[in-house]
Design a protein around this ligand. Structure first.
Ligand code: B12
Ligand code: SF4
Ligand code: SF4
Length: 400
């Protein structure tokens, strides 16, 4: 145990801490108590295979359900939210409402990706927040651990318990003041910080926490709008069917039956966020811990299909998209091409049908079949002659 264990931060001291963390760039600062345990539904989700091939979620499941395994002696969780809504004016310039495929010029990117990587930019704020805990509450560096996204912490569940927002039927943590457009980060700490109240208006679920959809009422817009029917139940996403998973986390072949639903979404998906009426309260974020890169949304499909490794590295340096790597991006661009492209893409797609990567070849062949139909053989004659990979040959044959 350390010197700070047992210290209670409450009253004015707690509010002063909140003010300091807000000044660092966090748009929401809330506190939750670890006492009371953690809901176990992560296990059900994993048992149903809804994590797809994100084996790291399974490996870290015990830690995710028990913060004591992450930081022994932990008493409180500090929840931090950063609003990444750019404001209506920029938003209209960047991407308009659901596009009509025939009028598509550019593929669509998840809004969060149109920034320098938030994992990197928010880390600076988190480091400063840790220092604030030391200076203001007597914590030592070993009394806290902070994470943004990649830590073994159920961020949305803790955020709901702290009253930062509620878990919507779309599984998102929705804030009453920022809508769906919040990045989350957490600090686990041994300090005992007086907790904030959750937005509790209904009886608690059997597990002891608020049910998903607490402030959704009868609305089901997100469930109805999901292009690939990825919600087996309100508040539950099956990653295997989610476009965000398929276009970002899946490194292999995207199941053929999901490709049409991907539409023009080249990286991630915001459909179940966009349709949510709670977004009407969102105001533009302060962007103190973010660095917007809206120019990425202006990249035309034909240019993306012809990206070289050098150009990819230049354009996507410092963004979350770099982790997808060129292979993943070209694969996704082929899917978009198959959905909305035309004969003008023939040179780019025939070149990709002869690419070194079988994953890219498979999706390029699919795209050509969708665009060229009966003329596929003519477009891909040379590539087909050299093909030996079974998965790619299955695309030529249209076999599932
Ligand atoms: C794995 C992951 C994904 C996967 C799986 C998504 C999913 N729904 O689980 C994929 C790749 C599909 C994905 C997609 C997206 N993601 Co994601 N993802 C994560 C990650 C790393 C883990 C989520 C997880 O554990 N999932 C398992 C499910 C079962 O857990 P859960 O959704 O949290 O819900 C359970 C718990 O909350 C628990 N619970 C309920 N009450 C309570 C109470 C307490 C106290 C506790 C502890 C737990 C608990 O029960 C719930 C149901 O089982 C988190 C970061 C993190 N460390 O939490 C980001 C995170 C959830 N993703 C985020 C974002 C932005 C997205 C996308 C919008 C990206 C995009 N535009 O493409 C989409 C949205 C898809 C959607 N509707 O959920 C943000 C969400 C921010 C917010 N405001 O909610 C997070 C928090 C990252 C961040 N730090 O900002 N994501
Ligand atoms: S992110 Fe897109 S695909 Fe995934 S659940 Fe939401 S609407 Fe469906
Ligand atoms: S769209 Fe409707 S149902 Fe879905 S999270 Fe928002 S309020 Fe809830």
């Amino acid at each position: 145990m350390t010197a700070s264990a047992g210290l209670r931060v409450e009253g004015q001291e707690r509010e002063a801490l909140r003010t300091r963390l807000t000044a660092l760039g966090f748009d929401e600062v809330r506190f939750a108590a670890v006492a009371g345990g953690v809901n176990a539904s992560l296990r059900d989700w994993l048992d149903a295979g809804r994590q797809a091939d994100m084996a790291w979620l399974e490996r870290t499941a015990d830690k995710r359900m028990n913060p004591e395994l992450v930081l022994p002696g932990v008493r409180s969780v500090i929840l931090l939210g950063v609003n990444y809504w750019p404001g209506a004016q920029i938003e209209n310039r960047v991407q308009l409402a659901e596009p009509q495929p025939s009028k598509i010029e550019n593929p669509r990117w998840a809004r969060y990706a149109l920034h320098a990587d938030y994992h990197d930019t928010m880390k600076h704020g988190l480091a400063a927040a840790g220092k604030a805990l030391e200076e203001m509450a007597g914590a030592t560096p070993t009394d806290y651990r902070y994470y943004v996204d990649t830590g073994p912490v159920l961020e949305r569940g803790w955020a709901a318990r702290s009253g930062l927002g509620f878990r919507g039927k779309n599984a998102m943590l929705i804030s009453k003041t920022h809508g769906n457009w919040l990045f989350l980060a957490v600090i686990l700490t041994r300090l005992e910080i007086a907790p904030d109240e959750p937005l509790r208006k209904k009886p608690l679920s059997a597990s002891g926490d608020e049910p998903a959809g607490l402030l959704c009422g009868k609305c089901t817009r997100c469930l109805d709008a999901c292009p690939t029917q990825a919600f087996p139940a309100p508040g539950v996403v099956d990653a295997r069917r989610c476009i965000s998973y398929q276009t970002i986390e899946n490194k292999g072949i995207i199941p053929r039956e999901l490709r049409a639903g991907i539409g023009v979404r080249i990286y991630g998906c915001d459909v179940c966020l966009e349709v949510c009426p709670w977004n009407r309260f969102a105001r533009a974020g302060r962007q103190l811990l973010l660095s917007a890169r809206p120019g990425l949304a202006a990249l035309p499909l034909f240019e993306l299909l012809q990206l070289t490794p050098t150009r990819f590295a230049e354009i996507f340096k410092g963004t979350p998209i770099k982790r997808l790597k060129l292979t993943g991006l070209l694969r996704n661009a082929c899917v978009v091409a198959g959905n909305v492209g035309g004969p003008e893409l023939r040179p780019a797609l025939t070149a990709l049908a002869a690419h070194d990567s079988a994953v890219i070849r498979a999706h390029a062949v699919w795209a050509v079949r969708r665009i060229a139909g009966d003329e596929t053989g003519e477009w891909l004659h040379a590539a087909r002659l050299g093909e030996t990979d079974e998965a790619v040959l299955a695309e030529y044959a249209g076999v599932t």
